[in-house]
Design a protein around this ligand. Structure first.
Ligand code: PGA
Length: 251
């Protein structure tokens, strides 16, 4: 099954109004790629609405959402609010949320369901720690996260991001063979759990993706794109990563 590539940037807790210029530059750089791949940026919530106004073909996403509907939850944002601001995606279960806010697989599953109900494509993050990889448990850990963090009624719009915790922001990455083994396992598990919908879900790799390693990562079978942190903050870097995708190269 051919899946449309998705290259998504996660700005995390970075970005001021002035940085919207990077988004404008990105939207110009990817202007003619809209028919071959999807590009998204997940800015901090303070920039969401303004980002939607300058994003052009770049889709905008939230970085997290509350699992419930609008209500008395000070400081939180509902998925419906993100959609109202113009978002199309919402990251859930990022390892920094799991670490900083104690999000469990059950929380992630509820957030993903809330995002989907609001019309957002959830980007559900999974990934093992270094200790789990050293113990030979990486695939088992990720399979368990998948089984528990995706809602039963999930459809093919759901996106999975495989992000080894030890590769995020460290400059370290698994080898292409390790990425390939994990993505094959994730795909098999998604098909086992969700059938045709699972075959259609995009599976991204995330963790220290940069212009210098993007082509090698995109060449791995079953990698449908990337979730990029630090290297998505500058349009030139992110555009170079996008240009390294084979789908962009055939343009
Ligand atoms: P990084 O972050 O690209 O800076 O390693 C990736 C992520 O956390 O999504």
């Amino acid at each position: 099954m051919s899946r449309r590539p998705l290259i998504a940037g996660n700005w995390k807790m970075f970005g001021r109004q002035a940085d919207l210029g990077e988004l404008e530059a990105l939207s110009t750089a990817v202007a003619d790629l809209g028919d071959v791949l999807d590009v998204a940026i997940c800015p901090p919530a303070t920039l969401l609405a303004a980002a939607c106004r300058v994003a052009g073909p770049v889709r905008i996403g939230g970085q997290d959402c509350h699992p419930g509907a609008d209500g008395p939850h000070t400081g939180d944002l509902s998925a419906a609010m993100l959609a109202d601001a113009g978002a199309r995606y919402c990251i859930v279960g990022h390892s920094e949320r799991r670490r900083d806010h104690g999000d469990t697989d059950a929380t992630v599953r509820a957030k993903a369901a809330a995002a989907a109900a609001a019309g957002l494509a959830p980007i559900i993050c999974v990934g093992e720690t270094l200790e789990e990889r050293k113990d030979g448990r990486a695939i088992a850990v990720v399979e368990s996260q998948l089984a528990q963090s995706i809602a039963e009624m999930a459809d093919a719009a759901t996106v999975i991001a495989y992000e080894p915790v030890w590769a995020i922001g460290t400059g370290l990455t698994p080898t292409p063979a390790e990425i390939g083994a994990m993505h094959a396992a994730v795909r098999a598990r998604l098909v086992g759990l969700f059938g045709a919908a699972g075959a259609g879900m995009r599976v991204l790799y995330g963790g220290s993706v940069k212009p210098a390693n993007a082509a090698e990562i995109f060449a791995v079978a079953d990698v449908d794109g990337a979730l990029v942190g630090a290297a998505s903050l500058k349009a030139a870097d992110f555009a170079a990563i996008i240009a390294a995708h084979p789908a962009a190269a055939v343009r």
